[in-house]
Design a protein around this ligand. Structure first.
Ligand code: T46
Length: 131
């Protein structure tokens, strides 16, 4: 399973907390794109795809949601609920996101620009690709 949870260094003092993310340092790739997801709906699922050639780090900046990760052989579920933990997802990993808390906000760092052609949105096609 090509995923891991990364504990990030928190710089905190009486004013609050700060986390810095830097490409090829505490983020294991060159960051080419940042996007964020907000106004999520608890009953709606997102994701349901894999990427042929994309690495990402996902941070639940606020709130929480569940990630289902699948490499074609194993399926694991992760509860992402801390702004100081990043979920790294490598290439060829099927992901589904669900059970968003109210007000959940996800920030995602990606290793490449948005390329719709490198998404695999069909689960059978995904299984053929990793089989
Ligand atoms: C992922 C999970 C965690 C763009 O135009 N540019 C972008 O960079 C992205 C990410 C999306 N879009 C458009 C494409 C769709 O019309 O935004 C719309 C929603 O995207 P999507 O349905 O792919 O969103 P999610 O939440 O299902 O998946 C997203 C990412 O696409 C995906 O890479 O790993 O978040």
């Amino acid at each position: 399973m090509d995923y891991k949870l990364i504990d990030m260094t928190v710089f905190g003092d009486r004013r609050g907390k700060l986390i810095s993310l830097e490409g090829n340092k505490n983020v294991p790739f060159d960051i080419k794109r940042v996007y964020y997801i907000f106004d999520t709906i608890p009953d709606e699922e997102r994701g349901k795809h894999a990427h042929k050639d994309l690495e990402q780090i996902i941070v639940a900046i606020d709130g929480a949601c569940e990630f289902v990760l699948d490499d074609g052989q194993f399926r694991e579920t992760i509860w992402l609920n801390r702004p100081d933990v990043g979920l790294y997802i490598g290439k060829n990993m099927w992901r589904e996101m669900r059970h968003f808390s109210y007000g959940c906000k996800l920030m995602i760092l990606a290793s490449d620009y948005y390329k719709p052609e490198e998404y695999i949105r069909n689960y059978d096609e995904f299984l053929k690709g990793v089989g």
